[in-house]
Design a protein. Sequence first.
Length: 307
Amino acid sequence: MAAVVLGVCLGWPQVAAAAGPALDATAPDDLSSVLIDPPSLDFVAKPNGMSGTSHIGPLDLEAVVAEQNGSPTVRSELMRQGFTRGYRKAWVQQGTSVVLIERVEEFRYNIGAQDHLILARDADARSRDFRGFFDVSAIPTPDAYGERDVSPSNFETDNVIFVKGNLLLVVATGRSGQSTADLARSQARAQFIAAPWETRDQVGAPDRVPRPPILPAGTRPNLVALTIVGGVLLLAAIPVLLVVLIAVRQGSRRPYPLLSADRRYWWDGSTWRDTTASVPAGAHRSPDGAYWFDGVAWRPVAPYRSE
């Protein structure tokens, strides 16, 4: 999934959360309480509801997927990672028009948030508006990164994404033609310190998240892609099939009799026998049975006589 902030896709999240004190997890009724207030009173809050394509206020799975154009991949990833709910708040500063957006995503287990962070960093780096990462060492966790986006209209968004326990949090600040990275860093540090270590009990947490499915839930297989893949696999299998067929064919043939150099005698396994008196065992015969092949020529089958 990708977090949408200031109209910019933040992409999927990374890494292991910093170890925190073993406190009892308390699940708040509303995740809005997890998000902190702006740094000054001149930031005016945007009301809950739709703002462009983004939801301000509570976020459930359907709201997040809808922000990503109903992507089956986003839905599948969030379900795999154990996404439970989220919340977004937004403000605009009077006089400067600086935008501040905070977002929290809750996962059932810590590893779900960590997996989300890992994927986000990679996705952000591939974004069309991506302009690079910036230092966020002031945030007391290794599980954080900062990235800068610049839109075609020259609006710069500085995003700080980090994990604390089972929560993934995003602090984004933006302003036209100007960096706001310092504000994003300081607000993210304050947000990290204020956030709870966990909002859900981690007893019984698995060691890893499930592997991604071959096909995301709700998607249909691409027949063209499957045909191409099938063709490649078939080409790779042809040499192996040929070897197997040759081996089977050779194995099904009867062993050819061992003849002497002059082809007068054949070896029956214990003694040499005269080919004028008996046909070698295993020799290929003509359809009418009147001739046998000695490897060079067809020879008449001699009448049987004991030796």
